[in-house]
Ligand binder design. Structure first.
Ligand SMILES: NC(=O)c1ccc[n+]([C@@H]2O[C@H](COP(=O)([O-])OP(=O)(O)OC[C@H]3O[C@@H](n4cnc5c(N)ncnc54)[C@H](O)[C@@H]3O)[C@@H](O)[C@H]2O)c1
Length: 248
């Protein structure tokens, strides 16, 4: 579904991002694997190559000003094109009532979960606008559509990702570029493993009607579809993959 395309995946060293990078590569794309952790990014790239795919890595902190532009340039240097991006890197915030959140934790969620998505899209859209095509998927969350009790900074940032994605979609539709937000529900990953350790009762409380978490590969299939030419009329949406959580 993605033959001949070159696609960036951030947060690709773990969880949803790793599954996305593997699925995007299996669908025929060349993948620029990016994460703040070089060790885990190398492992993802190694898994892609072992499976017969093509991957390069370029690592860094998505919230650092200038990184997004470097990542686009590294992708163009490696693959001579940029067709799509899955802006997926994200961090959880400590569980706390709104009145108890530390300012530094709120700021970190805004920087990594929200501002970095704008920085990434700014760099990607500038390039894609010149080529007149492209598709972007930004990982938001069901927490970008509904409340996340005890995680207000996370929920606020993810609501912001939905708004950024819709706005970018409207602004860049005339240039042939599609932008969608992806809203996963509970998914097995490093993030949820840490939440299980910190507050297992919270996981139980937010279990969807399917009564299980998604495997990351179940989220990655939708990423491949959204980045592919099967989705050429699909833009500006918050696409929910959540085991029925938001149907209640
Ligand atoms: N797991 C879930 O239930 C769930 C649900 C909805 C949305 N999400 C979102 O999915 C995305 C992926 O999360 P995950 O669940 O796979 O978690 P994860 O912790 O397994 O993976 C996140 C990856 O992002 C990387 N990362 C963190 N900060 C970074 C930074 N500043 N720069 C570059 N890379 C950075 C980490 O190193 C890690 O590899 C996140 O945006 C998260 O908010 C997760």
């Amino acid at each position: 579904m993605l033959e001949g395309k070159a696609i960036i995946v951030t947060g690709a060293g773990s969880g949803i991002g790793r599954a996305s990078a593997l699925a995007v590569a299996a669908a025929g794309a060349k993948v620029m694997v990016s994460d703040i952790s070089q060790v885990t990014a190398l492992e993802t790239a190694s898994q892609i190559r072992t499976a017969g795919g093509i991957a390069q890595i370029h690592c860094g902190d998505v919230s650092r000003s200038g990184f997004a532009e470097e990542l686009v340039q590294a992708t163009l240097a490696a693959f001579e094109r940029l067709d799509g991006a899955h802006n997926n890197a994200g961090v959880e915030t400590p569980i706390a009532l709104i009145t108890e959140i530390e300012e530094a934790d709120f700021d970190r969620s805004m920087a990594v979960n929200l501002k970095a998505v704008w920085l990434a899209m700014r760099a990607q859209l500038r390039h894609m606008a010149k080529s007149g095509s492209g598709a972007i998927v930004n990982t938001a969350s069901v927490g970008g559509l509904t409340a996340v009790p005890f995680n207000a900074g996370y929920s606020a940032a993810k609501h912001g990702v939905v708004g950024l994605s819709r706005t970018a979609a409207v602004e860049f539709a005339p240039m042939g570029i599609r932008v969608n937000a992806l809203c996963p529900g509970l998914t097995r990953s490093g993030m949820t493993e840490r939440l299980i350790q910190a507050a297992p009762e919270m996981i139980e409380a937010i279990m969807p009607p399917m009564k299980r978490m998604a495997n990351p590969a179940e989220i990655a299939g939708t990423v491949v579809f959204l980045l592919s030419d099967q989705a050429t009329y699909l833009t500006g949406q918050a696409v929910t993959v959540d085991g029925g959580a938001t149907a209640i």
